[in-house]
Design a protein around this ligand. Structure first.
Ligand SMILES: Cc1cc2nc3c(=O)[nH]c(=O)nc-3n(C[C@H](O)[C@H](O)[C@H](O)COP(=O)(O)OP(=O)(O)OC[C@H]3O[C@@H](n4cnc5c(N)ncnc54)[C@H](O)[C@@H]3O)c2cc1C
Length: 452
């Protein structure tokens, strides 16, 4: 094992074995760590969260279908049996390439080989102030925040006497028609119209207005067009108000603006832009428009020989020059490639052939009855695709416990339409129940009276 970490000091004791530091225990970083379990090296796995998260099912936590622990697992226990691996909980803020240190919470962690796999987060196209009104979905905290906002809006609507304000509370806008937006829209409309339908006395949750706003001409732009059309029709059938070729031009506490139209909405969810982690700045190398580090076919930034950058934080290309998408299979395959490259290096073998991505398809579900799948030339949609989507997601969950729990939850909610995780948490940070600020600067109380 590596040297212990002195309090607030440096961690640069050079032992007998090479030191591999992996930053990020998402799909990419965790794959590297697990594949290096038996190599004669000291592996340090750093993450700012103590858990590995299965992001593809995060929208189900946000819509009360699953609990956070159903789709997350402690990183420490995932590498428990790897004698050569230690886990550090901390936030990396820089890399000193000259001295070969990673800077983590004021400490220096020395490396011989560095793997940066710090992922991406949502981007607001330069309007960072919108984040307060339109949270994105990336972490467990994001998901529980969105869940609270959604559920609290129904609670407040139940007590609201002003019809216009009630309508605002029962209006939900999702910005971005990619897989996350589509899955979220389907799940929210089912939450309102099925799971909540009989639970309120004053309001009718079936009247909930769910808008899905996409600036481009179609939903799911990375999918073949017929599948996009299928998803759009399925959402419209469920009752989602799909708006294409409409961009959100302003977000505020009261709602959103779509060009000339103002939509009053208590809940706005951001599923549009992406920004990579600041790894490019740490390394002082080129980043693309959204900050991804440009890497070569060896998954290293040009001019480096001891640093790999993988997963959502890297911009890699396939043999035809097309950029690889920010999806889990790319991250995992890149993780496996880097582990093989490190292993080859440690055993004095030459570098492996350039990284080649094996397409594992694109999947998205629309509610509980249909999904779309594009795999090579194969196109699937409908009920059968939905089952395949479900099986694939259960298969890729990280532990047997998670698989069993998610399977049971889904079965139960399939037959009963119930959502078991309808908890409102962090009430003090959720919507201010007393008053809200309107676009015109006035404040008013929930009953429509103006406040002083
Ligand atoms: C809501 C949502 C739904 C998705 N659905 C799908 C899907 O259906 N199918 C699919 O294939 N892909 C999906 N994706 C994309 C997929 O999850 C990502 O492509 C994948 O997670 C990328 O893996 P990664 O390891 O690069 O990054 P991540 O999995 O994001 O992991 C990055 C890790 O780095 C840590 N980290 C970040 N910064 C620091 C720092 N400064 N210091 C320390 N640690 C740090 C983070 O805590 C995190 O654990 C979805 C993503 C989201 C957000």
């Amino acid at each position: 094992m590596g040297a212990s970490l002195p309090d607030g000091g440096d961690d640069d004791v050079k032992g007998q074995r090479p030191r591999v530091v992996i930053v990020g225990a998402g799909f990419a970083g965790l794959t590297v760590a697990k594949r290096l379990a038996k190599v004669p090296a000291d592996i340090t796995l750093i993450d700012r969260q103590n858990h590995h998260l299965f992001q593809p099912l995060l929208y189900q936590v946000a819509t009360a279908g699953l609990s956070p622990a159903d789709i997350a697992w402690p990183i420490r226990s995932l590498v428990r049996r790897q004698r050569n691996t230690r886990v550090l909980l901390g936030t990396v803020t820089g890399v000193d390439r000259e001295r070969k240190h990673v800077i983590m919470d004021g400490r220096n962690i020395a490396y011989d080989v560095l793997v940066l796999a710090t992922g991406a987060t949502h981007g607001y196209f330069g309007h960072d102030s919108w984040a307060t009104h339109a949270p994105g979905l990336k972490t467990v905290d994001d998901a529980t925040e969105i869940r609270s906002r959604l559920l609290l809006a129904f609670e407040r609507a139940e007590m609201e006497s002003d019809a216009r304000e009630r309508e605002r509370l029962l209006t939900i806008v999702i910005v971005g028609g990619g897989p996350t937006g589509v899955e979220m829209a389907g799940s929210i409309v089912e939450l309102a119209r099925k799971a909540l339908a009989a639970d309120f006395r004053t309001i009718d949750p079936q009247q909930t207005h769910v808008l899905l706003v996409e600036a481009g001409p179609r939903l799911l732009p990375s999918f073949p067009e017929p599948l996009s059309r299928h998803a759009e029709q399925a959402l419209r059938r469920l009752g989602v108000d799909v708006r294409l070729k409409q961009a959100v031009t302003h977000c505020a506490a009261i709602g959103v603006t779509l060009g000339d139209e103002s939509v009053d909405a208590a809940t706005v969810i951001w599923a549009a832009g992406v920004t990579a982690s600041p790894a490019a700045a740490w390394l002082a190398v080129a980043g693309d428009r959204v900050g991804r580090v440009l890497v070569g076919p060896d998954l290293q930034p040009p001019g480096t020989d001891d640093v790999f950058v993988i997963g959502d934080t890297a911009l890699a290309h396939d043999a035809a020059g097309a950029s690889l998408p920010g999806i889990a299979p790319v991250a995992k395959q890149q993780g496996a490639y880097v582990a093989a490259a490190i292993q080859a290096r440690l055993s004095g073998k030459g570098a492996p052939p350039p990284f080649h991505y094996r397409d594992q398809g694109l999947l998205a579900t629309v509610g509980r009855k249909t999904a779309v799948i594009a795999f090579g030339r194969l196109r699937l949609k409908g009920w059968f695709a939905w089952w395949l989507w479900g099986i694939a997601h259960i298969y890729f969950l990280v532990s047997l416990r998670n698989r069993l729990i998610v399977m049971m939850q889904w079965l139960w909610s399939y037959v009963s339409s119930e959502r078991g995780a309808r908890l409102i948490t962090g009430l003090h940070t959720a919507l201010d129940p007393g008053r809200m600020r309107r676009r015109d600067g006035d404040t008013r109380l929930p009953d429509g009276r103006k406040s002083a």
